[in-house]
Design a protein around this ligand. Structure first.
Ligand code: PEP
Ligand code: MG
Length: 921
């Protein structure tokens, strides 16, 4: 059997196969193929990484032979020699999985240097400083990645060297100082871990390859994959990219930078990026020196700038996507070292989508698909209210837009801890590093005092859509002592600040924010989405106010109007309680008669607001005890009332005691006490307290009576309607009378009546009968026809199984996916989410929370059967989803085949431009 091949040159690798070559490798291969100036190199596949783990963390057999063969080929291509002092070949070893995980895995640069080779490099380059700078970086990176030492270990030595020279800039360190640092690094490593820094470059590359494989399972990478739900199907293992080193730190004719083919903050079609003269790539990304905007390169290196513009053009024409690429100019010669799809904020995504369609780089569909629902959500973020006229404390570089406020924390562990506790926190750091990622997840925003728009903090925050300000040099941060000083202000941990990632401003305290406005680009994109979509989008709204908002946001109707929400208003609740506590039908009817005009009034307002669009009104659903006070609160109140009654009796002795016991000057208080007592005795005589007590005790008795062991599976939904027909009849009457009155006014309305918690067609038939009776009565009363639809919620497993029969009596089904999920799993949502779902997710017994992400394999399957059986008996049956899942993008994606209408909370319904609205088919 032929041995598996693990190593491919850039020229040979398939640039479309990210699974095998990783995103970085595929990009390098593709750029080599289309003629861009990529330094020669090769890729060790992700398959090798998988094999490494399968073999118990051992490099696959023969892999180093393949690597060595490829190094030999590199020597031939470059005319340089690996491990030889004479004209030495240096390489970088970089990680790269199928899905980009910026900074989460390891990379080592300048491999191939040793005590001997560095001398050769110094001679070959005629630049001793450069050679020792490269060696210093290698020892440090190698020490960190392959030997497990942390940055601080090396920073101390570097810091001491700078102090000796009297500088705080790396660039001020001359060859001699760097040589000493290299020696100090090596001695310190030996002392710390008892191992030498390896002088054999072949050994270096072997250990480095292994270290990169190991970083795939490092904490950072694992956390990142977990947070972003990167599954093994999406990326399984990292590739290792071995690439000839080119140097941006060979003097003033060398530079290194990161660029985007368009501005990732605004979407503008201009070359965007940053660079540093005489520096290596890590300097730009780490934010150690503040880089210059790439436009300045036009003046500093005009030829290279022109070439960069060419690269920009070629990359976009090839990838049909905005690219984020790394470049290095070595002694005037430009190289491209990496390309990947550019991570942009929502504004930029929307703008570039629109413009790239115009430039025929994308079709409308492609343009829409590159914008995720989460991206669009960013545009719903609030921004600082300019009217607030607050003076900023400082201004940094705006790196990721949006405004946020929160309590300052100076380290990522604190951000994680306090964030998890539900506090709004802002992570404030000098600069961030990949190992800070856990803090990013929980922070509302990030502020750094160093670094530019392509620094780690900026890139990661943009990817997460979190506001971020970087390079805010006016903020002096003392992370150890947990204080930041801005001019004369001291900001301590826990103090609130506001940051605006759109302008770069930092404010003290909480600053008011306002809703965002919709750009022309966004309106255009939404119009395309509206033209292309097949799904109907409705909103769940229960009050006239919510209905107004739903309409404003472009909902095509109300898919769920929960009538019980109208019962909760302060003026309704006492009547609803009267209705529940009634001992006779007559008493109940009396309360219901008071509710009818209120319910009708609300419904009229809602139907009017939604003129021309459907409004699905659901009859009462929750168990009645939800409208009653809790047993605990009643017991407490009764106890208090009893105490008050007793105190009243005792208080009558006070005036006599005062007269007898106190000195004459205090007797003036007797008349007011007697006055109060007079009023209190009226309360006593009229028996107010006794009556109140009696009422409370009666309510308590009734509350105990209605209490259920499992209220969610108990007396609720249509079961209530069947037991108390007066309630459902009143609701039906309210809907139909409100409709009749609006029809008479000439308002175009489309009412729908929906029954909750149905499990058998007999229940539906019963409600249907009341509905027909009421319809007749209303039509007679108003002398007109009232047209409406009648449907059922599907929330009970038996309803799914009897879908064919239910469809015989209904015009529509609406899946209540929350209850249906509870019923299918036999999980009570609240208990599950509190007690065991997090563990299930952690252990990957369940990949998601099924109450957020529709469980397509179980619940989805039931829904599919229900829809098919329902449509078999009623071809015109309309099917939609009104459970919370309808507002969750991932759920909607998988639920599209299961319903043609999604109805969700108004703010999850994205606005349509100019409120164009029409009925879904
Ligand atoms: C549901 O169960 O999904 C539903 C929409 O009903 P409710 O949330 O009101 O129980
Ligand atoms: Mg429900």
């Amino acid at each position: 059997m032929e041995a598996t091949r693990y190593v491919y040159e850039f020229e040979e690798a398939d640039g479309t196969n990210k699974q095998l070559f990783g995103g970085k490798g595929a990009g390098l291969a593709e750029m080599t193929r289309i003629g861009l100036p990529v330094p020669p190199g090769f890729i060790i596949t992700t398959e090798a990484c998988r094999q490494y783990y399968a073999d118990g963390k051992k490099l696959p057999k023969n892999i180093m032979r393949e690597v060595n063969d490829n190094i030999k080929r590199l020597e031939k291509k470059t005319g340089k020699f690996f491990g030889k002092p004479n004209n030495p070949l240096l390489v970088s070893v970089r990680s790269g999985a199928a899905i980009s995980m910026p900074g989460m895995m390891d990379t080592i640069l300048n491999l191939g240097l040793s005590d001997q080779v560095v001398e050769g490099l110094a001679q070959a380059s005629q630049n001793r400083r450069f050679a020792y700078d490269a060696y210093r970086r290698l020892i440090q990176l190698y020490g960190k990645v392959a030997m497990g030492l942390d940055d601080a270990f090396f920073d101390v030595i570097l810091g001491e060297a700078k102090k000796r020279v009297g500088t705080n800039l790396d660039t001020d360190l001359q060859a001699k100082a760097l040589e000493e640092i290299c020696d100090d690094y090596k001695t310190a490593i030996k002392k710390k871990i008892g191992q030498e820094f390896p002088q054999d470059p072949w050994k270096q590359i072997e250990i480095a390859t292994e270290a990169v494989f190991r970083s795939w399972m490092g904490k950072r990478a694992v956390d990142y994959r977990k947070e972003f739900k990167i599954t093994p199907e999406m990326a399984d293992g990292t590739a290792v990219n071995v690439c000839t080193m080119v140097f941006g730190n060979m003097g003033s004719d060398s530079a290194t930078g990161v660029a985007f083919t368009r501005d990732p903050g605004t979407g503008e079609s201009v070359l965007f990026g940053e660079y540093l003269i005489d520096a290596q790539g890590e300097d730009v990304v780490a934010g150690i020196r503040t880089p210059k905007p790439v436009q300045q390169l036009k003046h500093e290196m005009p030829e290279q700038y022109k070439e960069l513009e060419k690269v920009r053009y070629i990359l976009e024409r090839h990838y049909h996507e905005v690219q984020d690429f790394e470049f290095t100019t070595e002694r005037g010669r430009l190289y491209v070292l990496q390309t990947r799809n550019g991570k942009m904020n929502a504004t930029a995504l929307v703008k570039t989508s629109r413009e790239m369609v115009r430039e025929k780089l994308l079709t409308k569909e492609e343009a829409l698909l590159r914008i995720s629902p989460e991206n669009l959500e960013q545009l719903l973020h609030r921004r600082i209210d300019h009217k607030a006229q607050v003076k900023p404390l400082a201004q940094g570089i705006p790196a990721s837009p949006g405004a946020a406020y929160g309590k300052v924390v100076f380290n990522p562990d604190q951000a994680e801890r306090r964030g998890r506790l539900g506090e709004s926190v802002i992570l404030v750091r000098e600069e961030t590093k990949p190992e800070d990622i856990h803090g990013f997840f929980r922070a509302k925003a990030i502020l750094t005092s160093r670094g530019g728009k392509t620094s780690h903090a900026a890139v990661v925050a943009r990817g997460m859509g979190k506001p971020c300000v970087v390079g805010c040099e006016a903020v002096e941060i003392d992370e150890m002592n947990k204080v930041a000083i801005v001019n004369e202000h001291r900001i301590l941990e826990g103090d609130v600040i506001t940051i605006d990632g759109t302008t770069g401003y930092v404010y003290q305290g909480e600053v008011p924010t306002v809703e965002p406005e919709f750009s022309l680009d966004l309106k255009n994109i939404l119009k395309w989405a509206d033209e292309i979509r097949t799904l109907g989008v409705m909103a769940n709204a229960d009050t006239p106010k919510d209905a107004g908002m739903a309409r404003k946001l472009g909902a095509e109707g109300i898919g769920l109007c929960r009538t019980e929400r109208m019962f909760n208003a302060a003026d309704r609740l006492p009547i609803v309680r009267e209705m529940i506590l009634a001992s006779t039908v007559k008493e109940r009817q009396k309360a219901i008669d008071k509710l009818l005009p209120m319910q009708k009034g609300d419904l009229k307002k809602i139907l009017r607001k939604m003129h021309g669009l459907a409004v699905t009104v659901r009859l009462l659903d929750p168990p009645l005890h939800e409208f009653l006070p809790s047993v605990e609160s009643l017991v407490w109140e009764i106890e208090r009332l009893r105490q008050v009654k007793k105190s009243l009796q005792q208080i009558e002795t006070i005036p006599d005691s005062v007269k007898v016991m106190l000195e004459p000057s205090l007797r003036k208080y007797v008349p007011p006490i007697e006055h109060v007592l007079g009023e209190l005795s009226e309360i006593k005589e009229k028996g107010l307290l006794d009556e109140l007590l009696k009422k409370k005790e009666e309510i308590l008795r009734k509350v105990r009576e209605t209490a259920e062991v499992n209220p969610m599976l108990g007396h609720r939904g249509v079961r209530l309607g069947i037991k108390y027909p007066e309630i459902y009849k009143m609701q039906i009457r309210a809907i139909l009378e409100a409709s009749a009155e609006l029809i008479k006014e000439g308002v175009d309305i489309q009412p729908e009546i929906m029954v909750p918690q149905v499990c058998t067609s007999q229940e539906l038939k019963q409600v249907h009968m009341w509905m027909e009776e009421t319809q007749k009565a209303v039509e007679k009363k108003y002398g007109i026809c009232v047209i409406f639809k009648f449907g059922t919620m599907i929330e009970v497993v038996r309803a799914c199984m009897r879908a064919g029969r239910l469809a015989e009596v209904t015009d529509f089904f609406s899946f209540g996916t929350n209850d249906l999920t509870q019923a299918t799993f036999s999980f009570s949502r609240e208990d599950a989410e509190k007690k065991f779902l997090p563990l299930y997710n952690e252990m990957q017994i369940l990949m998601d929370n099924p109450f957020e992400i529709l469980d397509i394999k179980g619940v989805g399957r039931l829904m599919k059967i229900t829809m098919e059986w329902g449509k078999k008996t009623n071809r015109n049956l309309k099917v939609g989803i009104c459970g919370e899942h309808a507002g969750n993008p991932r759920s909607v994606e998988s639920a599209i085949p299961l319903g043609s209408i999604m109805s969700a909370a108004p703010l999850t319904v994205f606005p349509l431009p100019d409120s164009q609205q029409h009925r879904p088919n």
